[in-house]
Design a protein around this ligand. Structure first.
Ligand SMILES: [Ca+2]
Ligand SMILES: [Ca+2]
Length: 566
């Protein structure tokens, strides 16, 4: 009995000592991992405007700041501060620690996060993981903690937290598509459950700039649009249907100005019914007409059967630094909102949510910000959207694809520099493939360049899903090399594909009499002659002679595939 009492006392003391921990400079405890998914947190988040002064635990502060620090930023800097009841601390995401910054104390709530950044967009991106991390604490070993972004009385909007009762996390889905399945504009229901947990997703956010070409499914499109700006069951204090993002006075600045561009054309996301009444809910897309149709220029309206166009290439050429991706979400603000901090922050909220959701379902994201006015004009023209919708950021979305660089060695001592610039066919197969009969997962027609060291030819490609492959390579007059079990991983993989054996002029994968006969016919041909055939000029020096015959005989009766050892 006595022992039990001691244990209870020890536990009580321990729990009191946890509560009594004051926030101070130094390392923060590691974040706790909840069992709550990204989707349930997105679906449950809401703002409470009145926030208690009850001190937050150091663990609550840890989880929320850690999440805020996970967000990428695109401008030159972004600083995160915790404004507590004892002072203001600078948060270092790398060491997960605080250093005292100033004596400013919060006059609202338990604590606040304030940001300094070049771009309001970047602060906005970082608001969302912090908000979702606080929602995730609603069902955890920690006390519930409410939140609200506030701007009045501060130089910049900040994120304020209060330890107080909150609603339960909910999977109740409020965002349903009003368009019947199979009709243009239909989106399947997004999931609000999810098989992930928020903190693990935040640990491994897929913020990348190299994607595969694989198009998104309707389910993936539905999920990222809903996460970005979809309806939840929450109703704002002024009677509007709440979204996955907060909005100042529930103004929802991006309503009707979020666009999606994919292989099928340009779409506008609609989270309200066609009346656009903010009290309504919907979850659909509207296809816009193509930019090639001059009659439909300004204002763009719903597609009425005009032909749509894939404008992804136009966007890529219009916007410097935009990655090649299968899907883009273009976040625009009405021209009257562009100057408003709340509105600019909100573009970051949407992008932040899309990144977190995409990471949760195995996709990656990239943000392109700082668009010039020329780029904004070109985007509007390419997409055929109203000139009053000013593009603020482009969120690229797709499967993660690693860039891969290849090197090969060509034969022939007399090969000139120009002879190192050669077309190559490179294929990726599932590991263990029959490279003659199986279908390649990827096939690229590339052109080599001479490497800086001068003894190899190099080329590269984008967009290989990380994994293990058998890779083949073949030049116009060479046998095929195969390298087995090549591991492709981020951020970039280099693959040495060995020496390409010259002489297979007819590309039947064996060097034999047929190739010899072709070389004989072309014997002593000059590159300036009309009948010169490059396939017999094995060293590509512009002359078909004994040097080429030497290469052919060196490789005599060899056949594809030539296995290249790792
Ligand atoms: Ca041959
Ligand atoms: Ca030659």
């Amino acid at each position: 009995m006595k022992r039990i009492m001691y244990t209870i006392l020890a536990l009580a003391f321990f729990s009191i000592s946890c509560q009594a921990q004051t926030i101070s400079a130094g390392p923060l405890p590691s974040p706790i991992v909840t069992q709550n998914s990204v989707e349930i947190c997105l679906n449950s988040r809401y703002s409470q405007h009145s926030l208690s002064r009850t001190a937050a635990s150091i663990q609550q502060l840890s989880n929320i700041l850690w999440a805020a620090g996970k967000a990428p930023f695109t401008g030159s800097y972004r600083n995160i501060y915790a404004v507590t009841q004892t002072g203001t601390y600078l948060y270092d995401p790398n060491s997960h620690s605080l250093s005292l910054h100033s004596n400013e104390v919060t006059n609202d709530g338990s604590f606040a996060i304030r940001y300094e950044s070049e771009l309001d967009f970047d602060s906005g991106v970082s608001f969302m993981p912090a908000l979702l991390a606080s929602a995730s604490l609603w069902r955890s070993t920690e006390s519930p903690i409410a939140s609200c972004p506030k701007g009045i009385g501060y130089p910049k909007a900040r994120l304020i937290f209060g330890v107080q009762p909150v609603r339960a996390l909910t999977t109740e889905l409020a965002a349903h598509c009003s368009v019947p399945q199979g009709q243009p504009g239909w989106l399947p229901d997004p999931t609000t459950t999810g098989g992930n947990n928020l903190e693990e997703v935040l640990t491994n956010l897929n913020y990348i700039n190299s994607f595969t070409e694989t198009n998104l499914t309707q389910q993936q499109i539905s999920q990222i649009l809903w996460a970005g700006y979809g309806c939840t069951a929450h109703v704002s204090s002024n009677g509007r249907a709440g979204l996955t993002v907060p909005s100042a006075y529930a103004n929802y600045y991006l309503t009707q100005s979020i666009y999606l561009v994919n292989e099928n054309g340009v779409y506008r996301y609609q989270n309200r019914n066609p009346s656009t009444n903010m009290a309504t809910r919907d979850h659909r897309i509207e296809q816009l007409g193509s930019a090639g149709d001059g009659r439909r220029r300004q204002p763009a309206d719903v597609n009425d059967g005009q032909q749509s166009a894939d404008v992804r290439g136009n966007l890529q050429s219009a916007v410097s630094g935009l990655p090649q991706a299968p899907c883009y979400v273009i976040l625009c603000l009405g021209s009257s909102y562009v100057g408003q901090e709340y509105a600019r922050l909100e573009t970051g909220f949407v992008a932040g949510n899309i990144l977190i959701q995409a990471s949760a379902i195995g996709l990656g994201c990239h943000f392109k910000t700082g668009l010039s006015s020329d780029e904004q004009n070109s985007i509007q023209a390419a997409m055929n959207i109203p000139t009053s919708h000013i593009p603020q950021a482009i969120v690229s979305v797709g499967q993660i694809g690693a860039p891969v660089s290849f090197s090969v060695v060509f034969q022939g001592h007399g090969r000139p520099d120009a002879g190192w610039i050669v077309p190559l066919t490179v294929k990726f197969f599932p590991s263990g493939a029959d490279v003659f009969n199986d279908t390649a997962t990827y096939e690229f027609n590339l052109t080599t360049a001479k490497s800086a060291t001068g003894n190899t030819a190099v080329c590269e490609t984008l967009g290989i899903a990380p994994g293990t492959y058998d890779v083949t390579v073949q030049g116009g007059s060479t046998l095929m090399n195969v390298k087995r079990s090549v591991v492709i991983s981020l951020p970039k993989t280099s693959v040495d594909l060995g020496i390409l054996l010259e002489g297979d002029a007819n590309q039947d994968n064996i060097i034999d009499f047929t190739d010899f006969a072709i070389l004989s016919i072309n014997w002593l041909g000059f590159s300036t002659n009309a009948d010169y055939t490059v396939r017999s000029d094995l060293d590509r020096n512009g002359l078909i002679n004994s040097a080429d015959l030497y290469l052919l005989t060196t490789n005599w009766l060899k056949s594809s595939p030539i296995e290249i050892s790792p």
